[in-house]
Design a binder for this molecule. Structure first.
Ligand SMILES: Nc1ncnc2c1ncn2[C@@H]1O[C@H](COP(=O)(O)OP(=O)(O)OP(=O)(O)O)[C@@H](O)[C@H]1O
Ligand SMILES: [Mg+2]
Length: 333
C-alpha cells in the first residue's frame, strides 16, 4: 500500500497519520529493513541473488532509518520529551478499535489539545495515559521510562504525577470545597488518613493556596454542590493540583459550561500551565477554544492520529479531513 502522507514529526521520526499498526505499512516497512540486517541467516546462492535484487530498496530503507535515528537522538538531547506515546492501541471487546497505533511526543510545559469527532478516541487516549484503561498495544513513556503497564505499587505514584480532571467535575457534593480539594492529597497522604480527614496544617494551607490560585478561596467552607459548574471545575483543578502533578489531563473540561464560563476555566488552565509549568493535555470540541489556548494540536479520527501541528495550520481543508466532509465549524464567543 502506498502511503501518500508519510512525513516527519518534530523529532524527525517518520510517521504516517493514515496508516494503522495493524495494517502494516510505513513504520513496519522501515523496521523490516532493519530486521533484515540483524537476523541475517547463512547465505545460500539463491538468497544472495534475492538480496542483490532487493539491495537498492533495502539500502534506501536503512538509510531512511539511520537518518531518523540520528535526528531523533539529537532532538532528544536538545528538547527532552516528557511524555512519549508510541504506537498506542486500545481495542475494546466487540472489536472496537478506539486507538490505532497513535504516536506523538509531548514536551514539558506544553499546552497540547486533542481534537476529533465524538467517538474518535480522545477520552480513551487520556484514560490510557492515566491508567484508567489498559492499552492493548504500544507504549507510554514518561521521561523515557516505560509506564504502559505499571505494577500496583507504581500505579498510585504515577497517578499523582499525572492528574486528571473530567467534564462532570466528579466532586463530592455534600463535602465542603476545602475537603474536596484535600482529597487530591490522597495519592500522597494515604487513603485512611484522607478518609479520616487527618490532613496536616501544611496540606490545608496548600489547598487554600490552590483555591486562591483558581480564584475561589472565599468558597472554601461551602458545600461543593452549592457552586456553579464553572466554580466546581475550578475546585476540581485545585484538587488535581494537590497531587503536585507534572502533567494535567483534562477531558473536555468545559463541555458542560456556557461560553463565558468556558473562557474563565480555560484561562485558569492556561495560568497553571504558565505559572506552575504543568504540562496540559486537554480534549476540546470547539476550534475557537483550540486556536486560542492550544500551543500544539493532535487530531484523532477513528482512533488514528491524522494531524499534529500548530492550531493555525487547521484550515478548511484540514478541518474537513479531521471532522469529515459534512461537518461545520461552530463558533464560540
Ligand atoms: N469502556 C468502553 N467499552 C467499550 N467501548 C468503549 C469504551 N470506551 C470507549 N469505547 C468506544 O471507543 C471509541 C472511542 O471512545 P472515546 O470515548 O474515547 O471517544 P471520544 O473521542 O472521547 O468521544 P466524545 O467526544 O464523544 O467524548 C468509541 O467507539 C466508544 O464507543
Ligand atoms: Mg470523550
Amino acid at each position: 500500500m502506498i502511503c501518500p502522507t508519510i512525513r516527519g514529526n518534530e523529532t524527525g521520526q517518520p510517521f504516517c497519520p493514515l496508516m494503522t499498526h495493524d495494517q502494516g505499512g510505513c513504520h513496519d516497512g522501515n523496521r523490516a529493513g532493519v530486521r533484515l540486517r540483524r537476523d541475517f541467516p547463512p547465505l545460500s546462492r539463491r538468497r544472495v541473488h534475492l538480496i542483490a535484487l532487493n539491495l537498492p530498496r533495502a539500502l534506501s530503507t536503512m538509510a531512511k532509518n539511520c537518518r531518523g535515528v540520528v535526528f531523533r537522538r539529537k532532538a532528544h538531547t536538545l528538547t527532552a520529551k516528557q511524555l512519549s506515546i508510541r504506537n498506542l492501541a486500545k481495542r475494546f471487546s466487540g472489536d472496537i478499535h478506539a486507538l490505532r497505533s497513535v504516536s506523538f511526543d509531548v514536551e514539558k510545559g506544553e499546552f497540547l489539545v486533542i481534537i476529533g469527532l465524538s467517538g474518535s478516541g480522545k477520552s480513551t487516549l487520556l484514560r490510557c495515559i492515566n491508567h484508567l484503561h489498559e492499552p492493548t498495544g504500544g507504549q507510554i513513556l514518561l521521561h523515557g521510562q516505560d509506564i504502559t503497564r505499571p505494577r500496583t505499587a507504581e500505579r498510585r505514584q504515577l497517578r499523582s504525577r499525572v492528574a486528571m480532571i473530567f467534564q462532570q467535575f466528579n466532586l463530592i457534593g455534600r463535602h465542603t470545597v476545602l475537603s474536596n480539594v484535600l482529597m487530591g492529597a490522597l495519592g500522597r497522604t494515604g487513603t485512611l488518613k484522607s478518609i479520616l480527614g487527618l490532613f496536616s496544617a501544611q496540606e490545608r494551607k496548600r489547598a487554600l493556596e490552590y483555591l486562591d490560585l483558581v480564584g475561589i478561596a472565599d468558597k472554601a467552607n461551602i458545600r461543593a454542590d452549592r457552586l456553579s459548574g464553572g466554580q466546581q471545575q475550578r475546585v476540581a483543578i485545585a484538587r488535581a493540583l494537590m497531587q503536585k502533578p507534572e502533567i494535567l489531563l483534562a477531558d473536555e473540561p468545559v463541555s458542560s459550561l456556557d461560553p463565558a464560563t468556558c473562557h474563565v476555566v480555560m484561562d485558569y488552565l492556561k495560568k497553571i500551565n504558565r505559572e506552575l509549568d504543568i504540562t496540559i493535555l486537554c480534549n476540546l470540541h470547539f476550534l475557537d477554544l483550540v486556536r486560542r489556548y492550544a500551543r500544539r494540536v493532535v487530531a484523532l479520527r477513528e482512533g488514528i492520529l491524522v494531524f499534529e501541528g500548530d492550531p493555525k495550520e487547521i484550515d478548511q481543508e484540514w478541518f474537513r479531513r479531521i471532522y469529515g466532509e459534512e461537518t461545520q465549524d461552530v463558533h464560540i464567543e
